[in-house]
Design a protein around this ligand. Structure first.
Ligand code: GN1
Ligand code: MG
Length: 363
């Protein structure tokens, strides 16, 4: 706590720090809430996982460009309550930089959005709002002039993720893959069976048929803030904002929002892809992206709904085989449980592609 207070002290905060305690459940960074005295805003302090984001300068530059652009748009539109509608990062006392290095770790601070909530699950009504908000986020950034760097190269490139899995299998760093690990081999076969089909996006890109746009790339349900009345306030967790296919934002929301269970629930039989959430989210998303979405993007949204659980399974599984080097885990089999869960969700979504296509055609 003393260390955290001294780190917080390097940022240009209003008000005196009263308390700092852990916040949220991200799998990558460590997050804390800073409570301040009196009327000053509270803040969010984050230790940036530099193993995953080695270029912190680029990371914070991207975020600065995106939040600055959105703030300017909201201001021009005469929005009220802008502090709750876009994140604000705080600079250091002695420099305009929005991060510091303590000799070991990188840290940053943003304003804590008051009276706001995140949810781990959503009903169809909220999914519709979420579709409008994530689509609206892409729409707002569609005329951003500043260059946004690829902060994690190949982040949502499934060809690369499959290659990583193959490397993990070869190296077997965690020693988890043996001749008797029948289940693991069965998962590998299943992934292999669908790999080519799931690389469709990368092929369309190479053929010049699919654009990259500035996307959020981590549109999990819990990365969106709602006010007390259930209105979307803003999108948070901007670390992975980068050029990608719109499939990233569309597919990753459904991966978490349309699943009947959380991504690490061991009740695999209970995992199912919810069409009511799909329909509501898709409606909202198509409304807010109408100004730029191309026919190829639109027609491949059902593919995106399958791609994201598939890609997440590939990533969790590679990490399991590596011996849990990337994702935080709470128990030995955690990444394997996540893999099974995401493969089940993938199959459930895949079976519903014809119904999804029909719905999209109907609107
Ligand atoms: C990570 O940080 P968090 O928990 O929002 C990951 C996402 C995964 C997600 C799975 C930088 O997101 O890509 O979809 O875990 N972020 C990074 O829960 O790898
Ligand atoms: Mg997050």
């Amino acid at each position: 706590m003393k260390d955290l207070i001294s780190i917080a002290g390097r940022f240009d905060l209003k008000g005196e720090v009263e308390d700092i305690r852990p916040l949220g459940n991200g799998l990558i960074n460590d997050t804390y809430k800073i409570t301040t005295a009196g009327y000053a805003p509270d803040y969010v302090l984050q230790r940036i996982n530099a193993a995953i984001f080695p270029d912190v300068e680029m990371l914070q530059r991207n975020i600065g460009a995106v939040t600055g652009h959105i703030r300017a748009k909201l201001t021009a539109a005469g929005e009220k309550d802008i502090e709750r509608k876009v994140l604000e990062f705080i600079s250091l006392k002695d420099s305009p930089k929005t991060y510091c290095f303590d000799g070991k770790n990188y840290w940053r601070v943003s304003v804590f959005i008051r009276d706001a909530h995140t949810y781990e699950t959503v009903d169809p009504k909220y999914s519709y709002f979420a579709g409008k908000a994530f689509g609206g986020f892409e729409a707002m950034l569609s005329d951003l002039k500043e260059e946004i760097g690829e902060v994690i190269p190949n982040f949502h490139n499934i060809e690369f993720r499959l290659w990583q899995l193959a490397q993990a299998v070869k190296a077997n760093k965690g020693g988890r893959l043996g001749p008797h690990s029948h289940e693991l081999h069965a998962i590998l076969e299943d992934i292999d069976l669908h790999g080519v089909e799931m690389c469709k996006g990368e092929r369309l890109f190479r053929e010049g048929k699919l654009p990259k746009r500035i996307c959020h790339c981590d549109t999990k349900v819990n990365n969106m803030m709602f006010d007390d009345e259930g209105n979307v306030l803003c999108v948070i967790d901007l670390d992975t904002v980068m050029p990608s296919f719109v499939f990233s934002d569309y597919g990753d929301f459904l991966r978490t929002g349309a699943s009947t269970l959380p991504e690490d629930d061991p009740d695999i039989d209970g995992v199912d892809f919810r069409m009511d959430i799909f329909e509501a989210f898709t409606k909202g998303y198509l409304e807010s992206t109408a100004s730029f979405l191309t026919p190829v993007e639109k027609e491949n949204l059902p593919y995106a709904a399958c791609l994201f659980p598939f890609m997440q399974a590939v990533r969790f599984f590679a990490d399991y085989i590596d011996g849990d080097l990337y994702y935080k885990t709470k128990y030995t089999e955690h990444n394997l449980v996540r893999t099974r869960n995401q493969m089940k969700l993938f199959h459930s979504a895949l079976a519903k592609v014809p119904a999804m296509e029909e719905f999209i055609k109907s609107i």
